[in-house]
Design a protein around this ligand. Structure first.
Ligand SMILES: Nc1nc2c(ncn2[C@@H]2O[C@H](COP(=O)(O)OP(=O)(O)OP(=O)(O)O)[C@@H](O)[C@H]2O)c(=O)[nH]1
Ligand SMILES: [Mg+2]
Length: 240
């Protein structure tokens, strides 16, 4: 019967790095069910950051990036011998389980994430994360815009109005009405990143009777990301 498992031989190209992108399934409904604060719910973001940390540790990621209900996971080492079905199903179910474990609530329906694999070369890593960070900014402007318009107009009118506006026009509309997006928390504009950092530890070497410096790594959750640049991704060890 093994021959019926027609997708099981699908594999990631050998020696390729991959990004796995996960996205919450129908999270507009989940947001409604859980009464999430609009446009940004602090607790939801805290949970997503914890989920990212679990993913980082479990799959020895180099970098994890999240905004809204999506997560991108950069892996140097491809798990499960590159088997696409195995990677997508395990990573997506791990993410959903972690989400439920960290969320202190009763769900009316089991949450789920979809998962896709993107083979990527070193040269395109920066381009990819810039692309997602631009999307985070668009999401920030749009979600503040729609929240503001819904506070003034009916849902239908608000939707019509936002569809007719460009990103900079929404930004301007908000500004004219006392909402300056430049002043809001950085993570809402630029997302959250998880990566390894190193701290300097001074210990005493008894044998040699002197202080000795070493560096210990730890997993850092960065809520104050800069705009992604080559320098920044090099500094945090994501690219060479
Ligand atoms: N209220 C609230 N909603 C949020 C927040 N973060 C994400 N969401 C919701 O999550 C949705 C994510 O968008 P999408 O992934 O495009 O839509 P989706 O409903 O998850 O649909 P699929 O991903 O296609 O299954 C947003 O439209 C919001 O409704 C938040 O902080 N507060
Ligand atoms: Mg979604």
């Amino acid at each position: 019967m093994k021959e019926f498992e027609v997708y099981s031989s699908l594999k990631v190209p050998k020696n390729s790095k991959i990004i796995i992108r996960l996205d919450g399934r129908s999270f507009h409904k989940l947001a409604r069910d859980l009464n999430l604060v609009k446009p940004y719910d602090d607790n939801f973001y805290k949970v997503m950051a914890e989920v990212c940390k679990d993913l980082f540790n479990e799959f020895s990621a180099r970098f994890v990036y999240t905004f809204s209900d999506e997560i991108s996971l950069l892996l140097d080492n491809v798990p499960f011998e590159g088997r696409v079905e195995k990677i997508n199903s395990v990573v997506a179910s791990f993410t959903a389980s972690s989400f439920v474990m960290h969320y202190d609530t009763d769900f009316s329906k089991p949450p789920a994430f979809d998962s896709r694999i993107i083979p990527i070369s070193d040269d395109d890593v920066l381009k990819y994360f810039k692309w997602r960070q631009d999307e985070s900014w668009r999401n920030c402007v749009n979600s503040h815009g729609i929240s503001y318009l819904k506070s003034k107009y009916s849902n239908n009118e608000a939707n019509d109005k936002i569809n007719g506006l460009k990103l900079n026009e929404i930004h301007e509309l908000l500004f004219q009405n006392g909402i300056n997006l430049n002043d809001i928390e950085t993570y809402k504009k630029r997302g959250i990143g998880i990566y390894r950092k190193y701290k300097r530890v001074v210990g005493f070497n008894k044998k040699e009777n002197r202080d000795q410096v070493s560096y210990r790594s730890y997993v850092h959750t960065d809520w104050e990301l800069p705009k992604f640049s080559e320098d920044f991704l090099k500094e945090i060890g994501v690219i060479k």
